[in-house]
Design a protein around this ligand. Structure first.
Ligand code: ADP
Length: 265
Protein backbone atom coordinates (compact mmCIF):
# COMPACT_ATOMS: atom_id res chain seq x y z
CA UNK A 1 0.00 0.00 0.00
CA UNK A 2 1.19 3.54 -0.77
CA UNK A 3 0.00 6.08 1.78
CA UNK A 4 0.15 9.82 1.33
CA UNK A 5 -0.57 11.71 4.54
CA UNK A 6 -1.22 15.43 4.74
CA UNK A 7 1.25 16.13 1.92
CA UNK A 8 2.26 19.73 1.35
CA UNK A 9 4.67 20.85 -1.34
CA UNK A 10 5.71 24.22 -2.78
CA UNK A 11 7.82 25.27 -5.77
CA UNK A 12 9.60 28.52 -4.93
CA UNK A 13 7.30 29.16 -1.97
CA UNK A 14 4.25 28.72 -4.19
CA UNK A 15 2.28 25.96 -2.49
CA UNK A 16 0.90 23.54 -5.11
CA UNK A 17 -0.05 20.59 -2.86
CA UNK A 18 -2.08 21.71 0.13
CA UNK A 19 -2.61 18.76 2.40
CA UNK A 20 -3.21 15.68 0.27
CA UNK A 21 -4.29 12.33 1.74
CA UNK A 22 -4.35 9.36 -0.58
CA UNK A 23 -3.86 5.60 -0.66
CA UNK A 24 -2.99 3.32 -3.55
CA UNK A 25 -3.46 -0.41 -3.16
CA UNK A 26 -3.95 -3.23 -5.65
CA UNK A 27 -6.28 -1.29 -7.94
CA UNK A 28 -6.48 1.08 -10.87
CA UNK A 29 -6.79 4.52 -9.33
CA UNK A 30 -7.48 7.37 -11.77
CA UNK A 31 -5.94 10.69 -10.77
CA UNK A 32 -7.79 13.46 -12.57
CA UNK A 33 -8.14 17.23 -12.43
CA UNK A 34 -7.61 20.39 -14.44
CA UNK A 35 -4.18 21.35 -15.79
CA UNK A 36 -2.00 22.71 -13.04
CA UNK A 37 -4.01 21.09 -10.23
CA UNK A 38 -0.94 19.22 -8.95
CA UNK A 39 -1.33 15.70 -10.40
CA UNK A 40 2.23 15.31 -11.68
CA UNK A 41 3.70 16.93 -8.57
CA UNK A 42 1.76 14.46 -6.43
CA UNK A 43 2.77 11.49 -8.60
CA UNK A 44 6.45 12.46 -8.35
CA UNK A 45 6.16 12.09 -4.58
CA UNK A 46 5.12 8.45 -4.88
CA UNK A 47 8.51 7.27 -6.14
CA UNK A 48 10.57 9.80 -4.19
CA UNK A 49 11.47 12.11 -7.11
CA UNK A 50 10.09 14.85 -4.87
CA UNK A 51 10.12 14.71 -1.08
CA UNK A 52 7.36 16.12 1.15
CA UNK A 53 7.92 19.43 2.84
CA UNK A 54 5.20 18.61 5.34
CA UNK A 55 3.35 15.33 5.80
CA UNK A 56 4.75 12.03 4.57
CA UNK A 57 4.61 9.36 1.88
CA UNK A 58 4.95 5.69 2.82
CA UNK A 59 5.56 3.01 0.19
CA UNK A 60 4.82 -0.37 1.76
CA UNK A 61 5.88 1.24 5.04
CA UNK A 62 9.05 2.90 3.67
CA UNK A 63 9.19 6.65 4.25
CA UNK A 64 10.27 8.18 0.90
CA UNK A 65 12.41 10.76 2.72
CA UNK A 66 14.62 7.97 4.01
CA UNK A 67 15.12 6.17 0.67
CA UNK A 68 16.65 7.07 -2.67
CA UNK A 69 14.75 7.11 -5.96
CA UNK A 70 16.87 4.11 -7.04
CA UNK A 71 15.69 2.12 -4.02
CA UNK A 72 12.09 3.18 -4.46
CA UNK A 73 12.13 2.38 -8.21
CA UNK A 74 12.07 -1.31 -7.27
CA UNK A 75 8.65 -0.71 -5.81
CA UNK A 76 7.24 2.17 -7.83
CA UNK A 77 7.70 2.51 -11.58
CA UNK A 78 7.00 5.84 -13.26
CA UNK A 79 6.12 5.94 -16.97
CA UNK A 80 6.43 9.57 -17.96
CA UNK A 81 4.40 11.44 -20.52
CA UNK A 82 6.09 11.46 -23.96
CA UNK A 83 8.43 8.58 -23.13
CA UNK A 84 10.13 8.70 -26.55
CA UNK A 85 12.35 11.49 -25.22
CA UNK A 86 13.75 9.05 -22.70
CA UNK A 87 15.04 6.34 -25.04
CA UNK A 88 18.77 6.40 -25.62
CA UNK A 89 19.82 2.82 -26.41
CA UNK A 90 20.22 1.46 -29.94
CA UNK A 91 17.93 -1.51 -29.55
CA UNK A 92 14.69 -2.28 -27.76
CA UNK A 93 16.42 -5.12 -25.91
CA UNK A 94 19.15 -2.85 -24.52
CA UNK A 95 16.63 -0.18 -23.61
CA UNK A 96 14.67 -2.60 -21.42
CA UNK A 97 17.86 -4.20 -20.08
CA UNK A 98 19.29 -0.89 -18.90
CA UNK A 99 17.44 -0.72 -15.53
CA UNK A 100 17.99 -4.37 -14.51
CA UNK A 101 21.70 -4.12 -15.49
CA UNK A 102 21.99 -1.11 -13.21
CA UNK A 103 20.57 -3.19 -10.39
CA UNK A 104 23.68 -5.34 -10.82
CA UNK A 105 21.74 -8.46 -11.84
CA UNK A 106 23.59 -11.19 -13.72
CA UNK A 107 23.21 -11.58 -17.48
CA UNK A 108 20.72 -14.44 -17.30
CA UNK A 109 18.41 -12.64 -14.89
CA UNK A 110 18.61 -9.46 -17.02
CA UNK A 111 17.69 -11.44 -20.13
CA UNK A 112 14.88 -13.21 -18.36
CA UNK A 113 13.42 -9.90 -17.17
CA UNK A 114 13.69 -8.29 -20.61
CA UNK A 115 11.88 -11.21 -22.28
CA UNK A 116 9.20 -11.21 -19.59
CA UNK A 117 8.64 -7.42 -19.79
CA UNK A 118 8.48 -7.41 -23.61
CA UNK A 119 6.01 -10.30 -23.51
CA UNK A 120 3.83 -8.48 -20.95
CA UNK A 121 3.47 -5.48 -23.28
CA UNK A 122 3.15 -7.61 -26.39
CA UNK A 123 6.44 -6.51 -27.98
CA UNK A 124 8.04 -9.91 -28.46
CA UNK A 125 10.08 -9.97 -31.66
CA UNK A 126 10.97 -6.27 -31.38
CA UNK A 127 14.25 -6.90 -29.48
CA UNK A 128 16.59 -5.76 -32.25
CA UNK A 129 14.51 -2.81 -33.47
CA UNK A 130 15.65 0.74 -32.80
CA UNK A 131 13.37 2.43 -30.23
CA UNK A 132 12.98 5.55 -32.41
CA UNK A 133 11.63 3.41 -35.27
CA UNK A 134 8.61 2.23 -33.27
CA UNK A 135 5.09 3.63 -33.66
CA UNK A 136 3.54 5.81 -30.93
CA UNK A 137 1.70 2.94 -29.26
CA UNK A 138 4.74 0.68 -29.45
CA UNK A 139 6.90 3.38 -27.85
CA UNK A 140 4.40 3.75 -25.03
CA UNK A 141 4.43 0.00 -24.46
CA UNK A 142 8.24 -0.04 -24.61
CA UNK A 143 8.30 2.64 -21.89
CA UNK A 144 6.02 0.45 -19.77
CA UNK A 145 8.30 -2.57 -20.42
CA UNK A 146 11.37 -0.58 -19.25
CA UNK A 147 9.61 0.13 -15.97
CA UNK A 148 8.22 -3.42 -15.63
CA UNK A 149 11.70 -4.91 -15.95
CA UNK A 150 12.42 -3.37 -12.55
CA UNK A 151 9.53 -5.53 -11.24
CA UNK A 152 7.77 -2.74 -9.34
CA UNK A 153 4.54 -3.46 -7.48
CA UNK A 154 3.12 -0.04 -8.28
CA UNK A 155 3.02 1.76 -11.61
CA UNK A 156 2.38 5.40 -12.33
CA UNK A 157 1.18 6.02 -15.87
CA UNK A 158 1.12 9.69 -16.83
CA UNK A 159 -1.30 10.27 -19.73
CA UNK A 160 -0.40 6.91 -21.31
CA UNK A 161 -2.83 7.18 -24.22
CA UNK A 162 -2.54 10.86 -25.11
CA UNK A 163 -1.65 11.32 -28.79
CA UNK A 164 -2.23 7.67 -29.69
CA UNK A 165 -4.58 6.51 -32.42
CA UNK A 166 -7.42 4.18 -31.52
CA UNK A 167 -5.58 0.94 -32.24
CA UNK A 168 -2.52 1.98 -30.24
CA UNK A 169 -4.74 3.20 -27.42
CA UNK A 170 -6.51 -0.18 -27.32
CA UNK A 171 -3.19 -2.02 -27.05
CA UNK A 172 -2.11 0.18 -24.10
CA UNK A 173 -5.51 -0.40 -22.43
CA UNK A 174 -5.02 -4.16 -22.79
CA UNK A 175 -1.59 -3.88 -21.15
CA UNK A 176 -3.10 -1.96 -18.22
CA UNK A 177 -5.81 -4.60 -17.78
CA UNK A 178 -3.18 -7.35 -17.90
CA UNK A 179 -1.01 -5.64 -15.27
CA UNK A 180 -4.00 -5.11 -12.99
CA UNK A 181 -4.81 -8.83 -13.22
CA UNK A 182 -1.21 -9.60 -12.29
CA UNK A 183 -1.71 -7.73 -9.01
CA UNK A 184 -0.07 -4.37 -9.69
CA UNK A 185 -1.39 -1.14 -8.19
CA UNK A 186 -1.75 1.44 -10.95
CA UNK A 187 -2.06 5.20 -10.68
CA UNK A 188 -3.48 6.40 -13.98
CA UNK A 189 -3.16 10.13 -14.62
CA UNK A 190 -5.49 11.03 -17.46
CA UNK A 191 -7.80 13.60 -19.00
CA UNK A 192 -9.60 10.88 -20.92
CA UNK A 193 -12.88 10.26 -19.12
CA UNK A 194 -13.71 7.29 -21.40
CA UNK A 195 -10.58 5.64 -20.07
CA UNK A 196 -11.62 6.40 -16.48
CA UNK A 197 -15.01 4.84 -17.15
CA UNK A 198 -13.47 1.75 -18.71
CA UNK A 199 -10.51 1.10 -16.42
CA UNK A 200 -10.69 2.85 -13.06
CA UNK A 201 -11.84 1.27 -9.83
CA UNK A 202 -11.56 4.50 -7.87
CA UNK A 203 -11.09 8.15 -8.77
CA UNK A 204 -9.25 10.96 -7.00
CA UNK A 205 -9.99 14.46 -8.24
CA UNK A 206 -7.46 17.19 -7.56
CA UNK A 207 -8.28 20.84 -7.77
CA UNK A 208 -5.88 23.59 -6.82
CA UNK A 209 -3.63 21.27 -4.83
CA UNK A 210 -6.38 19.62 -2.79
CA UNK A 211 -8.21 16.35 -3.30
CA UNK A 212 -11.79 17.41 -3.62
CA UNK A 213 -13.13 13.93 -4.36
CA UNK A 214 -12.03 10.37 -3.58
CA UNK A 215 -14.53 7.63 -4.34
CA UNK A 216 -16.05 5.22 -6.81
CA UNK A 217 -16.28 5.84 -10.54
CA UNK A 218 -20.07 5.93 -10.34
CA UNK A 219 -20.02 8.59 -7.59
CA UNK A 220 -17.38 10.54 -9.49
CA UNK A 221 -19.56 10.85 -12.58
CA UNK A 222 -22.42 12.15 -10.44
CA UNK A 223 -20.29 15.27 -9.98
CA UNK A 224 -20.49 18.08 -12.45
CA UNK A 225 -17.14 17.12 -13.98
CA UNK A 226 -17.32 19.90 -16.59
CA UNK A 227 -16.74 22.31 -13.70
CA UNK A 228 -13.22 20.87 -13.51
CA UNK A 229 -12.55 21.10 -17.23
CA UNK A 230 -13.36 17.41 -17.78
CA UNK A 231 -15.74 15.91 -20.29
CA UNK A 232 -18.52 13.49 -19.39
CA UNK A 233 -18.21 10.29 -21.48
CA UNK A 234 -20.69 10.15 -24.36
CA UNK A 235 -21.66 6.66 -23.30
CA UNK A 236 -22.89 8.01 -19.95
CA UNK A 237 -24.74 10.90 -21.56
CA UNK A 238 -26.50 8.42 -23.81
CA UNK A 239 -27.24 6.03 -20.92
CA UNK A 240 -28.74 8.89 -18.93
CA UNK A 241 -30.92 9.95 -21.88
CA UNK A 242 -32.13 6.37 -22.22
CA UNK A 243 -32.83 6.19 -18.49
CA UNK A 244 -30.41 3.27 -18.20
CA UNK A 245 -28.49 4.63 -15.19
CA UNK A 246 -24.76 4.14 -14.74
CA UNK A 247 -23.01 1.79 -17.18
CA UNK A 248 -19.33 1.00 -17.82
CA UNK A 249 -19.48 -0.25 -21.41
CA UNK A 250 -21.56 -0.16 -24.58
CA UNK A 251 -22.34 -3.85 -24.05
CA UNK A 252 -23.76 -3.10 -20.60
CA UNK A 253 -25.91 -0.30 -22.01
CA UNK A 254 -27.28 -2.49 -24.80
CA UNK A 255 -27.99 -5.20 -22.23
CA UNK A 256 -29.91 -2.71 -20.04
CA UNK A 257 -32.08 -1.32 -22.79
CA UNK A 258 -32.66 -4.76 -24.33
CA UNK A 259 -31.12 -4.20 -27.75
CA UNK A 260 -29.29 -6.49 -30.12
CA UNK A 261 -25.59 -6.81 -29.17
CA UNK A 262 -24.57 -7.86 -32.67
CA UNK A 263 -24.95 -4.24 -33.89
CA UNK A 264 -21.78 -3.44 -31.90
CA UNK A 265 -19.64 -5.93 -33.78
P1 ADP B 1 -0.86 18.91 -13.33
O1 ADP B 1 -0.03 17.67 -13.46
O2 ADP B 1 -2.17 18.67 -12.63
O3 ADP B 1 -1.05 19.65 -14.62
P2 ADP B 1 1.49 20.00 -12.01
O4 ADP B 1 1.80 19.16 -10.82
O5 ADP B 1 2.30 19.79 -13.24
O6 ADP B 1 -0.08 19.90 -12.33
O7 ADP B 1 1.62 21.54 -11.62
C1 ADP B 1 1.03 22.11 -10.46
C2 ADP B 1 1.48 23.56 -10.34
O8 ADP B 1 2.88 23.60 -10.06
C3 ADP B 1 1.27 24.38 -11.61
O9 ADP B 1 0.88 25.67 -11.22
C4 ADP B 1 2.64 24.39 -12.24
O10 ADP B 1 2.83 25.55 -13.00
C5 ADP B 1 3.56 24.37 -11.05
N1 ADP B 1 4.84 23.69 -11.34
C6 ADP B 1 4.99 22.42 -11.82
N2 ADP B 1 6.30 22.10 -11.94
C7 ADP B 1 7.00 23.19 -11.53
C8 ADP B 1 8.39 23.50 -11.41
N3 ADP B 1 9.32 22.59 -11.73
N4 ADP B 1 8.72 24.72 -10.94
C9 ADP B 1 7.80 25.63 -10.60
N5 ADP B 1 6.46 25.41 -10.68
C10 ADP B 1 6.06 24.21 -11.14
Amino acid sequence: MIRVENLHFAYNEQEVLRGIDLTLGEEVLALVGPNGSGKTTLAKHLNGLLKPEKGRVLVDGLDTREHTVAELSRKVGYVFQNPEHMFFEETVFNEVAFGPKNLGLDKREVEERVRWALKAVNLEGFEERAPYSLSGGEKQRLAIACVLAMRPKYLILDEPTTGLDLKAERSVVEVIKFLRKKGHGILLITHDMDLVLELAERVVLLNDGRNVFDGSVEEFFRLNVEEYGLERPELLVLAEKLGAGFVRSAEELVGRVGGDLSVLR
